[in-house]
Design a binder for this molecule. Structure first.
Ligand code: ADP
Length: 464
């Protein structure tokens, strides 16, 4: 009996067991032994089969893992490629756009002004496309993060309304916003990204509406708490609408309702996909209701921290400038140093600055800049950040730590950057830069900086 118990335990523990109890003359025990052996052999066979499948599965799993890694790596390379290429195209585009700005200010015939208008519109579209591609590649690579800045919701909406008002007026469309009275308006979050979503939605509404009205409404959701305001933004239009079939895929990347749309209006079909990712990052989502030829309503939700009104600093971003207002006219006797490895950008800045400044010197990198600063005093230095030999950060650190004569140690340093992430801003500030501007910059931004310098008011730009 002990032998039998031993064998049964063996089966329980490892699935099968060789039958090694002694022969018995008792017929029943002999029969039990034979049957037990047959059962154990069968179990062993099944066990081995199972083991083989398990090994195959493990192997397949490894293969799947390798395939998944390869696919992820390929996707990451694609995102990197997109990021580099869009960044690199944006730099010369910046120069093209800037030159158009300058020429438009000159007294040309109406025909040439019309050509310039087309050039400006096309370059704006291209810059928008590049910005979308950059955002998209950042989202794909999980590199897009939101800022935490105190802001006023009304300012964000005012900006969105102002931006498309001329286009809406041209089409005779009523275009306005409403914020419900009980909405907490002073918030903390990423106002530029919030604005980006609203600009995308409002921009589409203006694009696809020929008559009627476009309304942006903001209300408060019931899951708001004492710390966080849960907001509902509704962007409604009375335009062409979107078919039920297209509504399903509209938030996917590279989707436009109709191929003729990209020919007519431009755009990448990335806008709404980026909006959705941004909405999710703001603890919200985005959806739509639409009927053909009646109109569409995009509903976007976001949760943002509530803050006291007094903690808001005005101008969280470059302010919209009033053309010609408060500008100091004529040339001024100040010296400016432009540091950029891109010749077209150097040229563009020089053209803009020539309107205001008598002496402008150029350097292609930090080393050349330091050499110039060694020999004569300058008032303002505009510097690119990424440059060969010595980049903008290191150049600034060397200037501030006294590697230049005393008269240049406190020169106003303006960083010219491709992006405005919090990290980049902090890095600029830590290096000792006073102001940053983002590419593509416009003529007025540069002129404003020079003016603020002349009025000894540079720190009120609030950009650093
Ligand atoms: P893009 O970046 O090209 O502007 P979006 O992702 O913003 O693309 O929009 C994708 C497509 O969704 C548009 O090309 C258009 O077909 C459709 N669409 C978006 N908003 C509207 C709207 N308000 N009315 C009609 N169609 C719209």
């Amino acid at each position: 009996l002990l032998f039998i118990i031993h064998c049964v335990r063996g089966v329980r523990q490892i699935g099968y067991r060789s039958v090694d109890w002694p022969e018995s003359k008792v017929l029943e025990i002999h029969s039990l032994k034979e049957n037990f052996r047959a059962m154990s052999d069968k179990l062993k066979e099944k066990f081995m089969e199972q083991k083989k499948y398990n090994n195959e599965l493990l192997f397949l799993n490894d293969e799947l893992k390798t395939a998944k890694n390869t696919a992820e790596e390929a996707n990451a390379s694609k995102s990197r490629f997109l990021a580099y290429i869009s960044h690199d195209i944006r730099t010369p585009m910046n120069a093209v756009r800037g030159m158009i700005d300058i020429i438009e200010g000159d007294p040309y015939s109406s025909e040439i002004k019309e050509y310039l208008g087309v050039m400006r519109q096309s370059s704006d579209m291209m810059i928008q496309l590049l910005n979308d591609l950059l955002d998209f590649s950042k989202i794909e690579a999980n590199k897009l993060s939101l800022e935490s800045i105190n802001f006023d919701l009304t300012e964000v909406l005012e900006h969105v309304i102002k931006l498309f008002m001329p286009a809406a007026r041209k089409k005779n469309i009523n275009y306005y916003y409403l914020i419900a009275d009980d909405v907490h308006r002073t918030l903390n979050g990423d106002p530029l990204r919030l604005r980006q979503v609203l600009i995308n939605l409002a921009g589409n509404a203006v694009k696809f509406t020929e008559k009627g009205e476009i309304r942006i409404e903001v209300s408060k959701n019931s899951d708001s708490t004492s710390e966080k305001e849960s907001l509902i933004f509704k962007v409604s239009d009375t335009g062409v609408g979107i078919s039920a079939e297209n509504q399903k895929k509209i938030f996917e990347t590279f989707t436009q309702s109709d191929a003729s749309i990209s020919r007519k209006y431009g755009g990448s079909g990335l806008g709404l996909a980026i909006c959705r990712s941004l909405a999710v990052m703001m603890e919200g989502d985005i959806c739509l209701e639409s009927s053909h030829n009646i109109g569409s309503t995009f509903i976007f939700t976001a949760k943002l921290k509530k803050i006291e009104a007094s903690t808001i600093k005005p101008n969280y971003n470059a302010p919209m400038l009033d053309v010609g207002k408060n500008l100091i006219s004529g040339k001024n006797d100040i010296k400016v140093l432009v540091v950029d490895d891109n010749e077209a950008n150097q040229f563009l800045l020089m053209k803009i600055l020539k309107k205001k400044v008598n002496t402008i010197k150029l350097a292609s990198n930090g080393v050349e800049a330091l050499k110039l600063l060694e020999n004569e005093p300058f008032d303002i230095m505009f510097t690119d950040l990424q440059m060969p030999e010595l980049d903008g950060y290191e150049t600034t650190i060397r200037i501030r730590s006294g590697k230049v004569p005393e008269y240049n140690k406190n020169i106003i340093i303006v960083a010219m950057t491709g992006s405005v992430t919090m990290e980049e801003r902090q890095k600029c500030r830590a290096a000792g830069m006073n102001v940053y501007i983002t590419k593509p910059f416009n003529v007025l931004e540069i002129i404003e900086i020079v003016d603020k310098f002349l009025k000894n008011d540079i720190n009120n730009l609030n950009r650093s």
